[in-house]
Design a protein around this ligand. Structure first.
Ligand SMILES: *Cc1c(COP(=O)(O)O)cnc(C)c1O
Length: 374
C-alpha cells in the first residue's frame, strides 16, 4: 500500500460509539439495541464495526444472509446474530446450527421443515418469527398468528426467541404505522396465549426509534442511524448523529482553462470564465455517484466546491477557481465532516443531490477505497 493512497474512507469508531450512545439515550428503559451490520455494515466493514459494537455491549447484531453471519462468527464475533432475510434453502440450516445463528422465520417452508426435524438438533435452534403487518415483504399474515404459534409451541427443538415486524415508512408517524403497532401487539398476545413467551419483540428500525417510541418493546434494530444518517433529514434535529464515514481523496493535479472550454465526457459543462479545475482521482467505480455530474459538492480547504462535468469511472472534476493555492496532494473531502466540524458533506446531502437515499450512497462506496479505522 502506498503512503499516499489516492483516496481513503476513514471509519471513525468513536463516532459510531457516540451514535450508539445517542440512540440508546432515546430508548425506553429496558429496551435492547440490535446493531444492523448487513451489507458489510453499510459499507463501513462488518467485522470491524461488529467488533466495536460488541466491545461496547451491543445486545444483538443483525445481518441479511447466512454467509454474512458465518463470516462474522469466523472473525470471532460471539454476540447473538440475527439472519434477517431468513434462510434461502434448507442447505443453509447446517451453518445456522454450526455457527449458532438465529434465522428469521417468515414463511411456511422453513417453519414446517424446522418443526418436523427439530428433534434431531442437538440443541434448540433459536428463531425470530416475522409477521407482515403492512410492509408487504417478508412475514406471516397477522391472521396466521394462532396457527404459527401452535406449530412452534409443539416444536421442542425450536426456541421462539423473538417475534418481529417492520415498518415500510419508519420515518413517518401516521395512522398506517400506528395500526401496524396495534396489529403487532395482537400477534404478540396470541403468542403469549399459546404459551410462547419470546424474549424479544421488535419492530423499529432507525426512523421508528425516533418516531414511534411506543414501538420500542424489548429490542430495536438500528442500522443507518449507527452510521450517522437518518432515513429522513427531518429527524436530524431530533436526534443529532455524527457521520461515521469520511471519504477523503488527494487532488491529483490542477489545470487552468480559459472561458468556453468543454470539460469531461459528453461536454455537458463549459467553463463560464477563466477556471481552475482540481482533478480528483475518484469516480463512479469508487462509488461516487455518476448522478452527481454537475451537481456534487466537495470540501477543499474547508470550502465547498462544485463538481463540474460528468463524473467519470476514475475521475471527478472540481471547480477551485475561487480558492487560493490549491495544489496536487491537497485533500478533497467527498463525504463526511470537514476540519472545523461546522462544514460537512453528509450522506443525506449527497443522496439528495444524487436522487437516492443515504443507504445506497454508503453501501456503494466501493472496496477500491481503502477503509482506515480511527
Ligand atoms: C435493514 C433493516 C433494518 C435497519 O434499517 P435502518 O433504517 O438502517 O435502521 C431493520 N430491520 C430490517 C428488517 C432490515 O432489513
Amino acid at each position: 500500500m502506498s503512503n499516499s493512497p489516492r483516496a481513503v474512507a476513514y471509519i471513525d469508531l468513536g463516532a459510531l460509539e457516540e451514535n450508539c450512545r445517542s440512540i440508546r439515550g432515546c430508548l425506553k428503559p429496558g429496551t435492547g439495541l440490535l446493531g444492523v451490520v448487513k451489507a458489510d455494515a453499510y459499507g463501513h466493514g462488518a467485522l470491524e464495526v461488529s467488533r466495536k459494537l460488541e466491545a461496547i455491549g451491543i445486545d444483538y447484531l443483525g445481518v441479511a444472509t447466512v454467509d454474512e453471519g458465518v463470516d462474522l462468527r469466523k472473525g470471532g464475533i460471539a454476540t447473538p446474530l440475527l439472519i434477517m432475510s431468513g434462510v434461502f434453502s434448507w442447505d443453509e440450516i447446517e451453518p445456522v446450527v454450526r455457527y449458532d445463528l438465529t434465522p428469521v422465520v417468515h414463511d411456511d417452508s422453513l417453519l414446517t421443515r424446522l418443526a418436523a426435524l427439530s428433534k434431531e438438533f442437538a440443541r434448540p435452534v433459536r428463531v425470530h418469527v416475522k409477521f407482515d403487518t403492512g410492509m408487504g415483504r417478508l412475514g406471516f399474515r397477522p391472521a396466521e398468528a394462532q396457527r404459527v404459534a401452535a406449530i412452534l409451541a409443539n416444536s421442542p427443538g425450536v426456541k421462539t426467541e423473538g417475534i418481529m415486524t417492520h415498518f415500510p415508512s419508519p420515518e413517518v408517524r401516521d395512522e398506517y404505522g400506528l395500526s401496524q403497532v396495534r396489529a403487532f401487539l395482537k400477534v404478540v398476545d396470541t403468542f403469549r396465549a399459546a404459551g410462547l413467551d419470546p424474549a424479544y419483540a421488535h419492530m423499529s428500525s432507525s426512523g421508528a426509534i425516533v418516531t414511534y417510541p411506543e414501538a420500542h418493546f424489548s429490542l430495536v434494530r438500528a442500522g443507518i442511524s449507527l452510521y450517522g444518517s437518518h432515513p429522513s433529514r427531518s429527524l436530524e434535529e431530533v436526534l443529532p448523529l455524527r457521520q461515521v464515514m469520511k471519504v477523503v481523496a488527494r487532488i491529483a493535479f490542477c489545470r487552468d482553462f480559459p472561458a468556453g472550454v468543454p470539460l469531461s465526457y459528453g461536454r455537458t459543462y463549459q467553463t463560464p470564465r477563466d477556471t481552475r479545475i482540481a482533478y480528483i482521482p475518484v469516480g463512479y467505480s469508487d462509488g461516487y455517484p455518476r448522478s452527481l455530474s454537475n451537481k456534487g459538492r466537495v470540501l477543499i480547504k474547508n470550502r465547498e466546491c462544485s463538481i463540474v462535468g460528468r463524473v467519470c469511472m476514475d475521475w471527478s472534476l472540481a471547480d477551485v477557481t475561487d480558492l487560493d493555492g490549491v495544489q496536487s496532494g491537497d485533500e478533497a473531502i467527498l463525504l463526511g465532516e470537514g476540519d472545523s466540524r461546522g462544514r460537512s458533506i453528509s450522506a443525506n446531502e449527497m443522496a439528495e443531490l444524487a436522487g437516492t437515499i443515504p443507504y445506497e450512497i454508503l453501501c456503494k462506496i466501493s472496496r477500491r477505497i481503502k477503509r482506515v479505522y480511527i
